[in-house]
Design a protein around this ligand. Structure first.
Ligand code: UDP
Length: 261
């Protein structure tokens, strides 16, 4: 059953002042906050708040593959498990993984795999567990973004990060970063992911109605948003190392002081 019954969709998705219903301009992202290293039992982890979306990602690996028959003798494998908590949406979500969760798990793995050096890890796996605690549109893009960040936090060698964004059309206007209601009531939805080392599109899905020229305009709109998301990912990773450096310097001073006394 959908989160919002069709009859309950708002008739218009723009306010009289030209802003979207949540007060954003057409090219404005929802507020984004990221953090890394928040799950102590994982090899790497990240947390993302993106508008009302709240998502954790935990990385384990390289480690033995279970079940064994999935292991590949010539390379490692990346396995992604995307799950939405039962309380993450307006209607209670069934706890068993549904078709959508399996599809999103596969998509996220496919768009992150190109940045990994899996050939260096034969017979092993990297596993990324994504838990959506609160969902409000664009969770596949947010999950891709936070999963890449968690892999980087785990110290997994990567050619670059991966960032993702959904652009789309609502009330005939092109917008970035569709919220849940815009995703459902709008005319088109286009999730896009980019691998930064070669600036190639590693995910392009499409739901709705648009022509090829329009698609190009969407890609231009997405690029600007993707740059902003990438910068937040980089800043989050840098701040982890700045903090670490400060702690090490503090410890060194303490050791020196103890040595002097
Ligand atoms: N959603 C929901 N119930 C579900 C699945 C999704 O309410 O069982 C909502 C959720 O807010 C999600 C949005 O619908 O973010 C859009 O879902 P879609 O399948 O388009 O994926 P997403 O936009 O999250 O990548």
């Amino acid at each position: 059953m959908p989160l919002i019954i069709k009859d309950e969709y708002p008739e218009v998705l723009f306010r009289k002042d030209g802003k979207r219903l949540d007060g954003r301009d057409v090219d404005e992202l929802r507020p984004i906050k990221m953090d890394v290293g928040i799950i102590k039992n994982a090899d790497g982890s990240a947390y993302l708040e993106w508008g009302n979306n709240k998502i954790f990602a935990a990385v384990y690996g390289p480690r033995e593959v279970h079940p064994h028959h999935l292991a590949k003798p010539d390379k490692g494998i990346l396995r992604v498990f995307y799950r939405m908590a039962t309380f993450s949406v307006f209607d209670r979500k069934r706890p068993a993984p549904g078709r959508r969760e399996k599809e999103i798990s596969m998509i996220v793995a496919d768009c992150i795999e190109p940045v990994l050096f899996l050939e260096l890890y034969p017979g092993t796996s990297f596993e990324v567990f994504i838990e959506v605690m609160d969902a409000d549109g664009g969770t596949r893009c947010a999950s891709t973004t936070v999963a890449a960040l968690a892999l980087a936090d785990a110290g997994v060698p990567m050619k670059s990060l991966v960032s993702a964004i959904a652009v789309g059309k609502i009330d005939g206007k092109r917008v970035v970063d569709l919220s849940g209601i815009e995703d459902k009531a709008g005319e088109a939805d286009l999730p896009i992911a980019i691998t930064w080392y070669n600036e190639e599109v590693s995910l392009l899905q499409f739901d709705g109605d648009m022509d090829l020229n329009e698609m190009n305009e969407f890609l231009v709109l997405a690029k600007d948003a993707l740059n902003k998301i990438h910068q937040i990912q980089l800043d989050t990773l840098k701040s982890k190392y700045v903090k670490l450096q400060e702690e090490i310097s503090k410890e060194n001073v303490e050791i020196e002081n103890k040595g002097d006394s």
